[in-house]
Design a protein around this ligand. Structure first.
Ligand code: ATP
Ligand code: MG
Length: 426
C-alpha cells in the first residue's frame, strides 16, 4: 500500500455498495422535478474566475478563501465551480434564454470548495441546484418550497427537516438596516469576536450568522431586518407564508437567517436538521433578482435553491427499510465447456425477453460449489444452473437462494416465463 496513490483530501469515491442509495435518491429527485415541469440543464464544472467574483461577491467566505482557482495554459484565471447559480445564469444569458421567457431549471453535479473537511463538509460535494427565471410573484417562491416538501416526503425524511424562512428586503431596505446594524455593533465593540470585527467592515449582516455562543446576547438584542421592510417586501413575504399556512406546511421565521451571499433579496430559506450535528443545513436558497443585472443581463427575476446530496444521503441513512434496487437478481452458474457456451446464448435470450431482470453470468469457470458461493455473495434471489446434463436436455436448473426452496428443472421457454412472473410479483 505504501506506494499507492490516494484520493485528494475531502474528495470521496462512492463505492458500488453505496451507489444504490444514490441512484434511489436521484430517481425520486428526477421524478419530483418532472412532476412540477422542471427541465435539466448541464453546465461546465470550470468557469472564468471573474464570474464567481462578480456574482458571489469579493467579501464572501467562498471567494475569499474557498475557491479552487488556477491559471490554465493560456494564462486565463479559471475556477472549479463552488456553486451552480452563477454558471446557470451565465449560460442562460449567453444563450438568450431570459428574453421574455420563464424557465424552471435544475442541474446536478460536483461543486468544489477548499474547506476544512469533516462530516458533511467536503472539498468535492454534489449539489442539486434548482433555478427559476422570469417570475416576480410570491407563488414561485412558494412552489419551490412545496416541491422540496414533496421531495422530503418521497425520500422518507420529512420529519427530519424543518423549514426556516426570512425576508432580506430590497437592496435599499437592507442598506438602511445595515447602517443601523453597524451603529449598534459599534456601540458594543467589546462583545464582538475577531471574525465579527472583520465582518463589521466587510459584510456586517453575516455577524448575525455567528455560531459563537459568547455573542448570543449581542446578536439577540440587535435591530431586526423585518422592521425595515417596505410594503412590497412584506407583502411578498406574507403571501408566501399565506400559501404555506393554507397548505399546512410548517415553517419558522428566523430573522437572523441572512445567507452568506450578497445576491439575495426578499425571500431566503433553509431546510435544517438536528440529526447531522453542526452541518445541519441540507438545502438553502432564495430570491436573487439583482444577480441578473450584476452579470450584465436586463432587469429580471430569479429564485432558486441548492441541496447538498451528501447531507441528504446521511439523513436517509438514518431510515430503515430503504426500498432499493439490487444490482443482481439472478446469477448464472455454468459448469462444462458446452454449458459455458450455451449459457452465454441463453443469457442473451433471457435479456431480450425480460429486459428489467438483472442477470449476472459467472466467469472464469470453477466447480459448482465455488460458483454457488459467488452466487450467494452476489445477493441474487435465484441461481440459474447450467451443466452439461442440462444442456443435453435443453433445460436449465433454477435454484432459489434466499428461502430454502428446492431447485426445479425448466425448459428454456418456461424459465423465461418464470422470471417474467418473478419481476411482476416483486
Ligand atoms: P454551510 O453554512 O454549511 O457552509 P453554505 O451556506 O456554504 O453552507 P450553500 O452555498 O448555500 O452552503 O450550499 C447549499 C448546500 O450545499 C448546503 O446547504 C449544503 O447542504 C451543501 N454544501 C455546501 N458546502 C458544502 C460542503 N463543503 N460539503 C458538503 N456539502 C456542502
Ligand atoms: Mg459554507
Amino acid at each position: 500500500m505504501a506506494n499507492t496513490i490516494q484520493a485528494i483530501r475531502g474528495m470521496h469515491d462512492v463505492l458500488p455498495e453505496q451507489t444504490p442509495l444514490w441512484q434511489y435518491a436521484e430517481k425520486i429527485i428526477r421524478d419530483v422535478l418532472g412532476a412540477y415541469g422542471y427541465s435539466e440543464i448541464r453546465l461546465p464544472v470550470v468557469e472564468k474566475t471573474e464570474l464567481f467574483k462578480r456574482s458571489i461577491g469579493e467579501v464572501t467566505d467562498i471567494v475569499e478563501k474557498e475557491m479552487y482557482t488556477f491559471e490554465d495554459r493560456n494564462g486565463d484565471s479559471l475556477t472549479l465551480r463552488p456553486e451552480g447559480t452563477a454558471g446557470c445564469l451565465r449560460a442562460c444569458l449567453e444563450h438568450g434564454l431570459l428574453n421574455n421567457q420563464t424557465h424552471r431549471l435544475w442541474y446536478y453535479g460536483p461543486m468544489y470548495r477548499h474547506e476544512r473537511p469533516q462530516k458533511g463538509r467536503y472539498r468535492q460535494f454534489i449539489q442539486l441546484g434548482v433555478e427559476t427565471y422570469g417570475m416576480s410573484g410570491p407563488d414561485i417562491d412558494a412552489e419551490l418550497i412545496l416541491l422540496m416538501d414533496r421531495l422530503w416526503k418521497k425520500l422518507g425524511i420529512r420529519d427530519q427537516v424543518r423549514l426556516q424562512l426570512n425576508s432580506l428586503g430590497t437592496i435599499a431596505e437592507r442598506g438602511v438596516y445595515r447602517e443601523n446594524l453597524v451603529q449598534y455593533f459599534q456601540a458594543h465593540l467589546e462583545q464582538l469576536d475577531e471574525d465579527s470585527l472583520r465582518r463589521l467592515q466587510t459584510n456586517p449582516l453575516r455577524i448575525l450568522d455567528t455560531k459563537n455562543p459568547a455573542m448570543r446576547d449581542v446578536v439577540d438584542n440587535a435591530p431586526e431586518l423585518r422592521d425595515y421592510l417596505g410594503a412590497d417586501s412584506s407583502g411578498h413575504f406574507s403571501a408566501i407564508t399565506g400559501v404555506l399556512d393554507e397548505l399546512g406546511i410548517a415553517y419558522e421565521i428566523n430573522t437572523r437567517l441572512v445567507r452568506g451571499l450578497d445576491y439575495y433579496s426578499k425571500t431566503v430559506f433553509e431546510w435544517v436538521t438536528d440529526a447531522l450535528g453542526s452541518q445541519g443545513t441540507v438545502c438553502a436558497g432564495g430570491r436573487y433578482d439583482n444577480l441578473i443585472e450584476q452579470l450584465g443581463g436586463k432587469a429580471n427575476h430569479a429564485v432558486g435553491f441548492a441541496m447538498g446530496m451528501e447531507r441528504l444521503l446521511a439523513l436517509m441513512e438514518t431510515r430503515d427499510n430503504l426500498p432499493m434496487a439490487k444490482p443482481v437478481d439472478v446469477y448464472m452458474v455454468r459448469v462444462g465447456a458446452k454449458a459455458e457456451q450455451q449459457g452465454l446464448r441463453f443469457a442473451e435470450m433471457l435479456r431480450d425477453a425480460v429486459p428489467e431482470l438483472n442477470l449476472q453470468v459467472n466467469m472464469d469457470g470453477g466447480s459448482f460449489k465455488s460458483q454457488f458461493k459467488k452466487a450467494d455473495k452476489s445477493a441474487a434471489d435465484y441461481a440459474i444452473i447450467l451443466g452439461d446434463d442440462e444442456v443435453e436436455r435443453g433445460e436449465v436448473g433454477i435454484k432459489p437462494l434466499r428461502d430454502g426452496q428446492d431447485q426445479q428443472m425448466l425448459s428454456q421457454s418456461q424459465a423465461i416465463i418464470f422470471f417474467q412472473s418473478y419481476l411482476l410479483s416483486r
